[in-house]
Design a protein around this ligand. Sequence first.
Ligand SMILES: Nc1nc2c(ncn2[C@@H]2O[C@H](COP(=O)(O)OP(=O)(O)OP(=O)(O)O)[C@@H](O)[C@H]2O)c(=O)[nH]1
Ligand SMILES: [Mg+2]
Length: 415
Amino acid sequence: MGFNKEKTKKLLEDIDDLFDQLPIRMSAKHKRHLKNVVLGPALNEVRKMIDDSRPPVMMTVGRSGHGKSSLINALTGREVAKVNPVVPETQGSTCYEVPFAEYGATWRMIDTRGFFDVINPKKGNREEAEKQLKKEILEYRPDIFFHVINIKEIRTMSKDLLVMKDIRDTLEKENIKVPIVTILSNVDILGNPGLPIDDPEKQGQIIQGMNYLIREVFQIEEPKVKFLDLHHPSRGYILQEDHYLAIIPLNTYPDNLWNIETLEEFIGEVLPERAKLDYLQVKNQTAQMKKFTTSIIKRFSTVAGGVGSSPIPVADFFVLTPLQLLMIIIIGTLAGKEMKMETAHEYLAAMGLNIGAALGFRSLAHQLTKMIPIGGMFISGGIASSATYALGKSAELYFFHGKIIAPKNIKGKLE
Ligand SMILES: Nc1nc2c(ncn2[C@@H]2O[C@H](COP(=O)(O)OP(=O)(O)OP(=O)(O)O)[C@@H](O)[C@H]2O)c(=O)[nH]1
Ligand SMILES: [Mg+2]
């Protein structure tokens, strides 16, 4: 599974070869033209998607023992960061490159320590902490930032929270976005530790904690709050007027994880596009992946429309098949299949096409064109693009939902 760079390179070369083997009678000049306007841009699109993508960068801050390392482990699902080690006095960070070999993805997790432990109300070391932390932020440029606070100590943390807000505000003036999520950890031991987290009494205490933050610490009088989960306010808020400053309560204790999925989903929504692929593949979030798929289908359909600059005979519709096969494989890969030709075979076979393992590309291409609704003698750009769109949607329904709906029965059009 996954888009590792080597596999992508190989697949793009194979697709390129396929184009050269196309059984078409058109002139070499025309064929070259189509390669330049249709296949070339599609291959570049995929190359760019893979080359541009980079690991998501996530950073934790917070007081010692509040659960920063536990959060990193809960998110990655591994023991990446040491939990509860002997407390050293130095400030600084550890950067963990976390490989997910099975997806060809990597995450960069930065576990900081000590910044806030120096903020002492009497000594007032706030400036020093702020300066240090800014330096680290500029060095690592996190896509998202987790300020971890033990919910039981929330009433003594206002200084830390305001420091974070200050840092964010000053960096934003310099056009550096620092999306902060305030994590309220240890909700399991809030109130009566014997009660389950979903107990109404505990839920009420969690909500009180979040409201306290908003009203007493950030001093927002009439907060416009969006619940991250409509049916469960206790699962977290986004402060709307405050540029997705989110508050998410969690239990990151390994045996009793609670609400991690709300945070995971939120991360998937706010990461920059380039960092999404590596994140979403690992987290396998169907809703976000489908958004990605939709944009791929649209791009490929638009590119397929490029044939229209010179309408081609229906018999030569083959020219689009390398592009369409590539699209099918990409959609399959986004849904968790392997990035190789067999993934397209699997889809075509599921659609009832006769694809024996021994069949060569020529018959594969032929079968594919049979499935696509086209009327008339010539294909214009519009038809090429709507046919490609229908094929993409059909592949999406198959790979993401296991539904078998032929492209000609796809409703809805490319907007
Ligand atoms: N019950 C409970 N325990 C937690 C939770 N999060 C962390 N812990 C425990 O709290 C202790 C400290 O957690 P760490 O993740 O090491 O905290 P840290 O912020 O990384 O601490 P430093 O590395 O010292 O700065 C460990 O024993 C964790 O198991 C939580 O949500 N619930
Ligand atoms: Mg730690």
